[in-house]
Design a protein around this ligand. Structure first.
Ligand SMILES: [Zn+2]
Length: 183
């Protein structure tokens, strides 16, 4: 983060960051920095960095702040729960059934979803977990990566090309950058 904060709003290529981190870490601690790639990916997953394209990252202070701003306040959560009768909008279970409920962004924050009551919905812990972990675009990307690997292994050029085109659309639009597609 120190590196990125010194270089705000600049699109930085992966090797430049790695070189800097490895050298600085060695200078300051005398030790070798293990797995800098993983550290960068983690910052990106946490929403601290924007993944511009494969191996290119950017730090934008406004973006980080924006993400925090788009969390629901306690009052908004209560208004969302009340409107939905304290029940999950998918399965109908709620506090009356002893089920934990969450206020969820219908349009996710990552895709520009705002902290408004209209963009909120009540989900039970299970459905909130499912939505977070099995989002449509994520599931789709994972499936296309698997299909791509299979096509590559089978030397099926036509299918491979099709998967590449689809996966490039993900990259181009900066969707689900935390799921890494290795060509
Ligand atoms: Zn539910």
């Amino acid at each position: 983060m120190e590196f990125f904060k010194k270089n705000p709003k600049r699109e930085v290529k992966h090797p430049e960051i790695v070189d800097w981190v490895v050298e600085e870490y060695k200078k300051r601690t005398g030790m070798v920095f293990r797995d800098p790639d993983r550290a960068i990916r983690k910052l990106s997953q946490e929403g601290q960095l924007i993944k511009v394209s494969k191996g290119v990252y950017k730090y934008d202070p406004r973006f980080v702040k924006h993400k925090e701003l788009e969390d629901f306040t306690e009052a908004q959560k209560e208004a969302i729960f009340k409107r939905d009768n304290y029940r999950c909008v998918i399965c109908g279970r709620g506090r009356a059934d002893g089920v934990e409920i969450h206020a969820d962004h219908i349009r996710p924050k990552d895709l520009g979803g705002k902290a408004t009551i209209e963009n909120g919905q009540t989900l039970c812990a299970q459905h909130n977990f499912q939505k977070k972990n099995y989002k449509q675009t994520e599931t789709g990307k994972k499936m296309f990566i698997r299909l791509y690997e299979l096509a590559k292994a089978n030397k099926d050029e036509k299918l491979k090309k099709f998967c590449e085109d689809v996966l490039e659309v993900y990259e181009k639009n900066g969707i689900n950058g935390h799921i890494v597609w290795e060509r």
